[in-house]
Design a protein. Structure first.
Lengths: 110, 111
């Protein structure tokens, strides 16, 4: 499973509240990614990181921020959650060119 | 034109037959291609990757790449009901550090 965990696995929150999702890896991979998956849209990249404190935007970054203060942790923050951010969020790591995914977090914003 | 396109299906194949999944991509400079399998409610699982023109076989799975036609396919031989899932094609865009995914093809293997 590439040593990737995500927390929480499920979360229900209210519109306007901040939410932080955590991705943790145990194998010291340099690259980490956050995706969201929605019916009809497939997997879309939110942000990615290529090292500690090095991050870049993906195709759907509005409303999201990320931080990576340690190699093993990549945090995704929704500063003020909206209903459009209800989704399944996947973290991934890259090993050479291949990406491996964590188990996912199902987020519902009411 | 989408960067990576797949037929969304559903594709229905009888058990024991060959399932053929197709994917086209628009970036002619793309070098690396991946197939993921995703069961309902689970995360995508990497099952094949291919970097060179031609065929790559791994057990019942064969990935085929034709860069001239910008086409990559996945063949599943002796299909089993456990192969029923959504299959995602992904392409590493030239010069980028990120994958672009197709929408996925839903495959159903009928006993």
């Amino acid at each position: 499973d590439a040593g990737i965990t995500q927390s929480p696995r499920h979360k229900v929150t209210e519109t306007g509240t901040p939410v932080t999702l955590r991705c943790h890896q145990t194998e010291n991979h340099r690259y980490m990614y956050w995706y969201r998956q929605d019916p009809g849209h497939g997997l879309r990249l939110i942000h990615y990181s290529y090292g500690v404190k090095d991050t870049d935007k993906g195709e759907v970054s509005d409303g999201y921020s990320v931080s990576r203060s340690k190699t093993e942790d990549f945090l995704l923050t929704l500063e003020s959650a909206t209903s459009s951010q209800t989704s399944v969020y996947f973290c991934a790591i890259r090993d050479f060119y291949e990406q491996y995914f964590g188990p996912g977090t199902r987020l519902t914003v009411t | 034109q989408k960067e990576v396109e797949q037929n969304s299906g559903p594709l229905s194949v009888p058990e024991g037959a060959i399932a053929s999944l197709n994917c086209t991509y628009s970036d002619r400079g793309s070098q690396s291609f991946f197939w993921y399998r995703q069961y309902s409610g689970k995360s995508p699982e990497l099952i094949m990757f291919i970097y060179s023109n031609g065929d790559k076989e791994d057990g019942r799975f064969t990935a085929q790449l034709n860069k001239a036609s910008q086409y990559v396919s996945l063949l599943i031989r002796d299909s089993q009901p456990s192969d029923s899932a959504t299959y995602l094609c992904a392409v590493l865009i030239q010069g980028a550090q990120k994958l672009v995914f197709g929408q996925g093809t839903r495959l159903t293997i009928n006993p």
